[in-house]
Design a protein around this ligand. Sequence first.
Ligand code: F6R
Length: 239
Amino acid sequence: MNIIVCKSYDEMSLRAAQMVAAQMKEKPCSVIGLATGSTPEGLYRQLVNMYKSGEISFKGVTTINLDEYYPIAPANDQSYRYFMDHHLFDHLDIDKANTHVPDGTAADPAAEARRYEERITDLGGIDLQILGIGRNGHVGFNEPAQRLMLDTHITDLTKSTIEANSRFFASPNDVPRQALTMGIGSIFKARRIIIMASGANKKDAVRAMLERTVDTAFPATILNLHPNVTLICTADVLE
Ligand code: F6R
């Protein structure tokens, strides 16, 4: 795993944006896997700035997001579709038809998960995947478990994730109890992965990941098996 240590959240965001921009310049029709949450917000601000200054264009780009709550409507301001439109897509020249987020309104979530996985395959896999990391070591919504699912699936959120994400909702009771998420195998279809982490509350999860073991109790540790992963983090994560 390559590691880039940054002095600040802004520097981490800029370094990640520069890598995404380099990928898009090398391959204008790139498939970019995206995450939501607090971690990539600065990255998305940087990408919007780069687009507005004429440095990059998203016309040929396809995006595919890691996950979405279930059930949730896209118009709900806590949905990941809303987050992506609001923080990124609405400010770019991207064709919205080329932006993919699992459908949190699907009547049959298992069928939606299969459709989403097929979409990743049909797109030829992901060129560059952006990941955050949960305090419990989750990636996407692949929560600590004895067995990790390979493909996109519907999953129950753990108590720790519901609590962590309740900061965005009126109360923990309002946090959806399930999510549609890419599986570990879907994420591994990415040719390159950038995992970002900032803040002391990510220390334990990142420390576990850097131990160079694979432990399904810290799903991010499985990234140790992937040939092209870069961790971009702030220095406080490693203290
Ligand atoms: C979001 C996602 C999650 C987050 C993780 C960290 O699409 O898949 O795995 O990356 O929960 O969230 P933040 O960045 O809010 O700390």
